[in-house]
Design a protein around this ligand. Structure first.
Ligand code: PGA
Length: 250
């Protein structure tokens, strides 16, 4: 059985004081859940303080990206060992905003996924098509290329540690959600790709999150779908009330 993983991607929101306040609120409201995993991904500047705010709760901590080298002259970047050193267990990789604004490609996604695994972090590898690609009937082809490219030369043993997040780009921050059926269909397709690459057992164990305008009003029907194993939440993860309701999906 796959264990649900609900992650808050705070993107470039929250000063340190605001981050601490939000993390404390979530620790109080969602810190003792044992039948699902809750993950917070604040900006780098607040990883350490969020880590302290969620200490001794079940809430986990993740970065929003990482560099593939362990250290070096790479101004602006952080590495796997650095994320580990402040308590991260997970790291988001290949988010569409990284692809769109910061030159992320399937090749760099692949390098980051390998680095995350090497340093003992769970990679959350994001994939998803643009609106134009969906309208042109190319959604599956694009996602296939992203899945295969991002997982290039990853072994079956490694695949067991990787989480995939399907985030149709047209649904991110727009208030438009994929219908639960559309999302579930794409998740099934992604699972079939994993099955071809790694076999049925690995595919059945792979957690595939949905992301894109997940909110309290739609989380229950999304999570009720057989192939949707979690959510990667942006906007609605920035408030204690809405994220708590999402985490407590029924
Ligand atoms: P959203 O963002 O929930 O604000 O649509 C999701 C994401 O980008 O991970």
């Amino acid at each position: 059985m796959r264990r649900a993983l609900i992650a808050g991607n705070w993107k470039m929101y929250k000063t340190d004081a605001e981050a601490i306040e939000l993390a404390r609120g979530l620790a109080r409201e969602a810190g003792n859940l044992t039948d699902r995993d809750v993950l917070l991904c604040p900006p780098f500047t607040s990883l350490k303080s969020v880590s302290e705010a969620i200490a001794r709760t079940n809430v986990k901590l993740g970065g929003q990206t990482l560099h593939w080298e362990k250290e070096g002259a790479f101004t602006g970047m952080v590495s796997g060992p650095m994320l580990k050193s402040v308590g991260c267990s997970h790291v988001i990789i290949g988010h569409s905003e990284q692809r769109q604004f910061f030159g992320e490609t399937n090749e760099t996604v692949n390098k980051r996924v390998k680095a995350a695994l090497f340093h003992g972090l769970v990679p959350i590898m994001c994939v998803g098509e643009l609106l134009a690609e969906r309208e042109a009937g190319k959604a599956e082809a694009v996602v296939k290329e992203q899945v295969e490219g991002g997982l290039k030369s990853i072994t079956a043993e490694e695949m067991k540690k990787i989480v995939i997040a399907y985030e149709p780009v047209w649904a991110i921050g727009t208030g438009k959600t994929a219908t639960p059926d559309d999302a579930d269909n794409m998740h099934r397709f992604i699972r079939s790709l994993i099955a071809k690459m790694y076999g049925d057992a690995v595919a059945e164990g792979t957690i595939i999150q949905y992301g894109g305008s997940v909110k309290p009003e739609n989380v229950d029907e999304l999570m009720a779908k057989p192939n949707i194993d979690g959510a990667l939440v942006g906007g609605a993860s920035l408030k204690v009330d809405s994220f708590t309701r999402i985490v407590r999906f029924k």
